[in-house]
Design a protein around this ligand. Structure first.
Ligand SMILES: [Zn+2]
Length: 176
């Protein structure tokens, strides 16, 4: 059935499938400096990267990741990121080119915590192609129906994807 996952090294696995004329890649595990992304840069564009499986990324892994995204963009690969895990969004909030300069974030998981029953919930948020990212500050708890709160600083999401895509990017150069 599904292809066996490819080991990229350092506890990072890639599930690779041809889909819709391009390639779908689900990454899972930890991104470290040992991860070798080279096999992914040779896949057929457009590349859809599913990132919910990425649980950790260390500081040298951040550098490898940024080089990978840059190499893909330089090679003319069209990249999009789907179902981004909270750790990847945290990096994106700190490093503006973490998801490249031409690539798009299509959807991300937002973490919520219930103060009543301590339930944790990841809620999938689809990103509209235009307009600001709208992250609900609260959602109802699926377990006890109390109000769950965002388990990140709300400011982290402010302006997070404002510069994404080739058109808006031209306006954001030079500003902080
Ligand atoms: Zn609850």
């Amino acid at each position: 059935m599904a292809n066996p996952a490819q080991d990229l090294g350092g506890k990072l696995l890639a599930q690779i499938e041809p889909r819709d004329g391009g390639t779908w890649v689900a990454l899972a595990g930890t991104v470290t400096e040992i991860a070798d992304f080279t096999p992914l840069t040779k896949l057929r564009s457009p590349l859809r990267l599913d990132l919910i499986g990425i649980e950790r990324i260390n500081s040298l892994g951040v550098r490898s990741w940024i080089h990978f995204v840059r190499d893909c963009e330089l090679a003319g690969l069209e990249l999009s990121f789907e179902r981004c895990s909270p750790v990847m969004i945290q990096q994106l909030s700190m490093i503006s080119n973490f998801m490249g300069t031409r690539s798009r974030v299509k959807s991300l998981f937002v973490p919520y915590l219930c103060p009543m029953c301590n339930a944790e919930q990841l809620s999938l948020l689809e990103v509209a192609p235009n307009g600001p990212l709208m992250v609900p500050p609260t959602i109802p708890c699926p377990k006890c129906r109390a109000t769950m709160h965002l388990d990140e600083l709300e400011e982290m999401y402010t302006g997070l994807l404002d510069g994404q895509g080739p058109r808006q990017r031209a306006y954001s150069t030079g500003s902080r």
